[in-house]
Each structure stands twice: as C-alpha cells, then as structure tokens.
Ligand binder design. Structure first.
Ligand SMILES: Cc1ncc(COP(=O)(O)O)c(C=O)c1O
Length: 462
C-alpha cells in the first residue's frame, strides 16, 4: 500500500491515460484509488479570517458546492486535460453550459452607473445547431435583448458578413445534431479572430476522443456531458473549457466584464487578477454563483467514470454506426443517409467516425411514427450517447420548436430520423432496422413490436 501521495504523471500523456489518471491523485487520509464522492454542500472554514479571504476570492478553496466541489473539480480537470484547455467549469446540464458560456461573453456592457451599454449583445451561430440551443438563442436570450444571426456554416463569406462590431461570440457544433455535418472550425476561427470575436464550439457529439476544437482554433469548448462522456444515459451534466488564448484584456471597451474594474470584485479587474483564466473566473464567480446550475458530486463522479472508457466506447460506437449507415444506404426505403464517413470512412478527420447520424425515410411523414414504433432495440428517447441505440424524430422532437424555414436551413426534413448507435452487436441493430424498413417498402409497418420483442426475435442477422 502506498503511504505517500504519488507524483502526478509527467505531461504529456496520451488521451487514454489522461482519461483515467488526470484530475485525481489518491491522497490522505484514505488514498482511495477511485475518485471519492465528496457529497457535502459546504466546507468548514478553519477560522473566520480564512472565510473572509475566501469569500473575497483572494484565497482559493471550496466554500459551498454551488461554485465548487472536490469531486466536481476532479471532473473539471479531467475534461480540461482531455480537451487541451487551461481549465473547465462543470454545470448541471449541457444546456446550462451553453447558456453560461455565452452569457459570460455577452453580459458585460454596463457603465459605472449600472446602465447597459449599447452593443455587445450579438451571436453569430451556425444554422445547424441542437434545437435546445436554438430555443435558448431565439427565445430566452431574445428576452434579454440578445440577438442571433444564423449562417450557413460552410460559407466563409456568410460568417464574415454576419459578424458586426456588436458580435461577442461565434457558435458552432463540431459535429452537428442531427445531420452530423463537419464544419471547418479552423476557417471559422480565422474569420472570427480577424474580427476580434471568440469562437465557442459545442463538442458534444465528437467528444475529445474524436476531435479537440482547441487544436483547431476554438477559444471555448462546451459539452453536454450527459451524452458520450457519461455514456450510459444516467446523469445529466455539462462542462465549459477555456483555451486561454483569447486576449480579452487587449480591448477593455469591448470586454468590460473582464478587463475593467468591477464593484463586484472590489474594484479589481478580472483579467489582471486571473490572467488567462479570467473568463472562467467570471463564468464561475458570477454566472454559476448567481444562476446556480451546479453539477452535483454524485453526477460528477458518474460522468468521470464514463470518461475512463470514452476512447474505447467511441471506437465501438463509431464502428457500429458506420456498419449501420452502410446498410441503410443500400435499403430502398431510405432516401438519404447523413453520415460523413460513408464516402471516405478512412479519411484523416476522426469526426467521420460519428456515432450519431440521421437518415431520410423514402416515405410519407405519416410513416415515420409507425416505423419508429415498430423498432425493438432502438429506444425512442430524447437523448443520445447511451450504450443503448436510440432513435428520435427531430422535426417532431428535439427540433420541433424551430420554424419550418429554420428546419429547412438545418437540413431537417419531415422524414429525417436520428439514430444514436449504441454498443450492441451491429448485426442485431441492422436486423431491427431491416425488419421495419422492409415493412415500409411493403407499406405494412408492424406496430406491435416496440418494447416487447426480445433481441433474438428482432429479425435475422443481416
Ligand atoms: C449538441 C448538444 N448540445 C447541448 C445539449 C444540451 O445538453 P443537456 O441535455 O445535457 O442539457 C444537447 C442535448 O441534446 C446537445 O445535443
């Protein structure tokens, strides 16, 4: 048994090693080898003077689990290491990660008297975004006076034209939901940086196992860790990672929340106090603190455990997905498969090994419901990134609040069906789909199988 705290492994380490060893080092008193769950709302201060210093944010440490917890901190450090960032902030959900990441960029413009300054309230986003993010941008953020313009992510000129002096964030998903398109993050980052705007990349579908946006110019990476990071469809979580490269201090007029004195911080300037980590400090000390969407320690431990097998799982998810996509591509009941690896599975971009993709049924919209209900192994749920294979109908579910024009811009049709491919035997998944697609062609979709057929009765192995 070890009696002293082992030294952390020397950097750099490989991603599989980092997924297991980063973020936590066994320590006294018990030297638990797996990260312990520190299930405590608050942490005792050694004395009053220390409490004063910690509340004034002059001394680091855990005060209350809304703004920091040791188990959550382990998870944050693990994700920051995997993404190649300088730090991370965990949140209760992916939705709150996206919201806080953007609020910390948008919400800075107030003068000394507290009046809101003009400008600085604009986001330019890809037209291919998760529906919940579109809701956030077009509804809740609109209520705050923030504005969004959506652009064709593959048109560099569209990004250039949409960015204005008021723009404070460019937002894109590294693999889009639900069509699994792959934006050129490096080109988008070059355009945004030329205009002095940071790039926020939602890396939920890719995870750092397939793609590290910071390596391609992203400034901030956000995740729904509910998905592949956790990997088992149990806990909700989100995380924000900062690259630490964007120089907010270079333009205090544009970034007053980070680069001018603030009463909230005793007249101090966050960029002077926290240097490259000022953005994260703002996100945690203001938005996580004030709005309160904090990740619980048990949920953090669960997602951290998922991270330990992330690379292995993503390989199997991706291999299964490609086999299923190839099968669908040959079936007469399928009009189109939206999988970026179909044409060039061996290409250098690892994002082609997607685990989530969509296909368009070659049938009427009315056929979608009976088709989905007939599936046996694919579970109809509003989630992705589970060990189980999942199916969703974006037009009626995740993206139902988008306007018809927004859905068209996102490439989502009435018969577009999203699959999140799990870790089952791919032959069983193909057999399940085949049975129901055959019925679509025969126009006699069975409706009495869902949830009742055992895998062995799902059809012959294709
Ligand atoms: C790409 C993407 N970002 C963010 C979210 C929101 O995450 P959560 O459901 O954990 O709040 C989702 C959820 O599906 C998503 O797919």
């Amino acid at each position: 048994m070890s009696t002293s705290t082992p030294e952390r492994p020397a950097a750099p380490i490989g991603p599989a090693t980092a997924a297991i060893h980063s973020g936590y080092t066994p320590a006294a008193p018990h030297f638990a080898v797996a990260p312990p769950i520190v299930h405590s709302a608050a942490f005792e201060f050694p004395d009053h003077a220390t409490a004063v210093e910690m509340f004034a944010l002059r001394t680091p440490g855990f005060t209350y689990s809304r703004t920091g917890n040791p188990t959550v901190a382990d998870f944050e450090e693990r994700v920051a290491t995997l993404e190649g960032g300088i730090g991370a902030i965990a949140t209760a959900t992916g939705q709150s990660a996206v919201a806080i990441a953007l609020l910390a960029l948008l919400g800075g413009g107030r003068d000394e008297d507290g009046a809101r300054l003009p400008g600085g309230h604009h986001v330019v986003a890809s037209s291919q975004l998760y529906g919940g993010t579109v809701d956030l941008l077009t509804d809740s953020f609109a209520d705050f006076g923030y504005r969004v313009d959506f652009v064709d992510q593959d048109d560099p000129g569209a990004w250039e034209r949409a960015i204005t002096p008021d723009t404070r964030a460019v937002l894109v998903e590294s693999i889009t939901n639900p069509l699994s398109t792959l934006p050129d993050v490096a080109t988008i980052a070059t355009i945004a940086h030329a205009a002095g705007v940071p790039v926020v990349v939602d890396n939920t579908l890719a995870t750092p196992a397939l793609y590290r946006p910071i390596d391609h110019g992203a400034d901030i990476v956000v995740h729904s860790a509910t998905k592949f990071m956790g990997g088992h469809g149990t806990a909700l979580a989100g995380v924000i990672v900062e690259a630490g490269r964007f120089d907010f201090a270079a333009d205090p007029g544009k970034w007053p929340q980070l680069a001018t004195p603030k009463a909230r911080y005793g007249g101090q300037v966050l960029s002077e106090r926290h240097g490259r980590a000022a953005y994260l400090a703002l996100a945690r000390s203001k938005y996580l603190h004030d709005l309160g969407p904090s990740l619980s320690a048990p949920a953090a431990a669960e997602i951290s455990r998922g991270l330990e097998t992330l690379g292995l799982r993503l390989e199997r998810h991706g291999a299964n997905a490609l086999r299923v996509a190839r099968f669908l591509d040959t079936h007469p009941a399928v009009a189109r498969v939206h999988h970026p690896g179909l044409d060039d599975a061996g290409g250098p971009d690892r994002r082609r090994q997607v685990s989530v993709f969509s296909f368009d049924l070659a049938a009427t919209a009315e056929t979608v419901g009976p088709f989905i209900d007939a599936l046996s192994l694919f579970k109809l749920v509003a989630n992705l990134g589970d060990t189980r294979s999942l199916v969703a109908h974006p037009a009626a579910m995740t993206h139902c609040r988008l306007s018809a024009a927004q859905r068209t811009a996102a490439g989502i049709g009435a018969t577009t069906i999203r699959l999140s491919i799990g870790l089952e035997d791919p032959e069983d998944l193909i057999a399940d789909l085949c049975r129901c697609l055959d019925a679509v062609v025969g126009e006699a979709v069975p409706t009495d199988h869902r949830g009742r057929s055992a895998p062995s009765t799902a059809g012959s192995r294709a």
